[in-house]
Design a protein around this ligand. Structure first.
Ligand code: SIN
Length: 319
């Protein structure tokens, strides 16, 4: 669907589903809803303040993002690249579920070169809620996609702007569900204007080699949690079943239970790389002198899984 032309260029909104596109039987319900029920065009129609802007919509998927998959990621990356290449396109907005937003954002940051803004947004409350957060988030995301000088994969949510690599979901219910940890937000919206705190991220796309492979052939990387009483059984099983890489979600500063560490060493001896990350939501892994396994630094375990997959497909390890 195309809205009226505008001399400020076109913004393309790609819908993938999520709570922002969710509908519930009751306006009081924040949890019992069907995610991804509405299309991107439906979401746009619910924001009168966007009428008259040059905006195109395209439905890429209508998923609950807990079901996000590699084939949808590949299609999304391809559609974003196609739209960014159009001279009249000012930026791209992606509506998404919050549950795997940090994974999709990081994947796109590493695989899509974005000399124009690529803005992901989402909502914690369905479109039918009394005070749905989706319309304002979509409005802000479209404004961000038009922001002069903005580049890279960005996340606009709850009035704040985050870099894709910094994002983590920190709450399962509250509207303020995201944080950027020690990195902090890049900017925030104040009465429709953007107050910048620091520079835009890099344009990204340094690990696009993966996209040359069919999604079914992307290297399989599994996440294994370290915890009290951990054994190496799950890690051994993952390797036996063909995992090409393992990310351990370690305790604290990425420490690993001795039994799990023994299994990690068995995997490395068989040529399967094992990276360690932290199961703490904030802080990541600070690299010390006695590091036993490569560290995923500030990445969450879920982002580290993507980073290792990209690395196994020929991409550089993350900086
Ligand atoms: C989803 O991730 O698709 C559902 C949950 C949400 O968007 O908040």
């Amino acid at each position: 669907m195309t809205r009226m032309p505008s001399d400020s260029g076109t913004v393309v909104v790609l819908g993938t589903g999520g709570t922002i596109a969710g509908t519930a039987a009751s306006s009081a319900s924040h949890t019992g809803y069907q995610a991804g029920a509405l299309t991107a065009a439906d979401l746009l129609a619910a924001v009168p303040a966007l009428q008259g802007q040059a905006i195109e919509t395209e439905s890429v998927a209508q998923l609950d993002s807990c079901d996000m998959d590699h084939a949808t990621w590949a299609l999304l990356a391809q559609r974003i690249a196609a739209h960014l290449a159009r001279p009249e396109v000012r930026g791209v907005v992606i509506t998404h579920g919050t549950d795997t937003l940090e994974e999709t954002a990081y994947f796109l940051h590493r695989t899509v070169a974005a000399p124009k803004p690529v803005v992901l947004t989402a909502a914690m409350r369905p479109a039918t809620a009394l005070s749905a957060d989706g319309p304002q988030n979509l409005f802000d995301a479209i404004a961000l996609a038009r922001e002069a000088g903005a580049v890279g994969v960005l996340v606009g949510f709850g009035g704040r702007v985050f870099g894709a690599a910094d994002l983590r979901k920190v709450h399962g219910y509250r509207v303020e569900a995201f944080d950027a940890g020690d990195a902090g937000a890049l900017a925030q919206f104040e009465d429709g204007r953007l107050r910048r705190f620091r520079g835009w991220p890099e344009e990204g796309g340094d690990a696009a080699a993966l996209l040359a492979l069919a999604p079914a052939d992307w290297p399989r990387v599994e996440i294994v949690l370290s915890h009290a009483g951990a054994t190496g059984a799950l890690l051994d099983a993952a390797v036996a079943q063909g995992a090409r890489g393992i990310v351990i979600a370690g305790t604290g500063n990425g420490t690993v239970h001795a039994s799990l560490l023994a299994a990690a060493r068995r995997a490395v001896a068989q040529g399967v790389p094992v990276w360690r990350s932290s199961r703490c939501l904030l802080g990541g892994v600070v690299v010390g002198a006695d590091d036993t396994l490569p560290s995923a630094g500030p990445l969450t375990p879920m982002q580290a899984r993507v980073a290792l997959m990209l690395h196994l497909a020929g991409g550089a390890p993350p900086a």
